[in-house]
Design a protein around this ligand. Structure first.
Ligand code: NAD
Length: 272
């Protein structure tokens, strides 16, 4: 773990974990969270929002350079991990729990995409996408749940799916990505059912197009960009910070009766 001294530790909560009017609050005061792929993009925005909500946050990423820089910038911790390696996720969860005392929130956000016609997709490319986007989410859920089921306070797991788990994007071909994200959404429901009585909630978020490194290549293709914007009722892509509030909600007590849900945050893309 890096930057532990920089963790923002907020002691106590003037509303005892409730909002001002007794409603379960949206705050994360004193919660300990791990966010995979938190070095940049949507993950970084989630880390920033969690810190803002009062959590102690550790970024888990395979990109050590960007991860440590982001951790220093935001006031988070950093642990190197590769989500395709279940042992590294187990170790990261163990480190966070040992350093901070618990793991209350875990976000499986790391992901990748390959835009290629299915007939040209190699075995290796198919495996790479599925191993990061689906194996990685399963390994992260399992590692986090083992810890959360063993603690009285339970926990909340948030998986980043995609609108591509609901629809097949156009015009770009990306069957491996779409299949992986559909898998994330259904895995979320399956694990939610298994762990609900153990006090562990599992939900997913399905973003539409968001301006990050992942979509940079697509946005530089004028034809793709035009179709993407025309296909989105709101007529624009999201900022990463527009996805993060959904993660704060699902991580917090405000979503106490949510489990197995998927929150679509897509500017209306899946409506048409
Ligand atoms: P990004 O490429 O900007 O960031 C991904 C992060 O994950 C990077 O920090 C990267 O180092 C890390 N990462 C990748 N593989 C890893 C691995 N094996 N182990 C550990 N870390 C790894 O992407 P983003 O757009 O911020 O995407 C974040 C998540 O949101 C992904 O799951 C993605 O599929 C999903 N998503 C993105 C969009 C979009 O339009 N950008 C839309 C829907 C869903």
């Amino acid at each position: 773990l890096r930057g532990r001294a920089a963790f923002r530790r907020l002691e106590g909560d003037e509303h005892g974990g409730k909002g001002a009017h007794g409603m379960p609050g949206f705050e994360l005061n004193g919660k300990n969270a791990l966010v995979t792929g938190g070095a940049r993009g949507i993950g970084k925005a989630i880390v920033a929002a969690f810190l803002e909500a009062g959590a102690n946050v550790v970024i888990g990423d395979r990109d050590e350079e960007t991860g440590t820089a982001t951790a220093a910038e935001l006031g988070a911790g950093f642990v190197r991990l590769d989500v395709t390696d279940s042992a590294s996720l187990d170790a990261a969860v163990a480190h966070v729990a040992a350093e901070l005392g618990s793991l209350d929130v875990h976000v499986n956000n790391a992901g990748t995409v390959i835009n290629k016609p299915a007939v040209d997709t190699t075995d290796e490319e198919w495996r790479r996408v599925l191993s990061i986007n689906l194996d990685g989410v399963f390994f992260g859920c399992r590692a986090a749940a083992k810890r959360m089921l063993a603690q009285d306070s339970g926990g909340s797991i948030v998986n980043i799916g995609s609108m591509s788990g609901h629809i097949a994007n156009h015009p770009q071909p990306q069957a491996s990505y779409n299949a992986s994200k559909a898998g994330v959404i259904h895995l979320t429901k399956s694990l939610a059912a298994e762990w609900a009585r153990g006090g562990v909630r599992v939900n997913s978020i399905s973003p539409g197009y968001v301006g990050t490194e992942l979509t940079k290549q697509g946005m530089s293709n004028e034809d793709w960009k035009k179709t993407w914007l025309e296909s989105t009722p709101m007529g624009r892509v999201a900022e990463p910070s527009e996805i993060a509030p959904a993660a704060v909600f699902l991580a917090s007590g405000a979503s106490s009766y949510f489990t197995g849900s998927d929150l679509v945050v897509d500017g209306g893309y899946t409506v048409w």
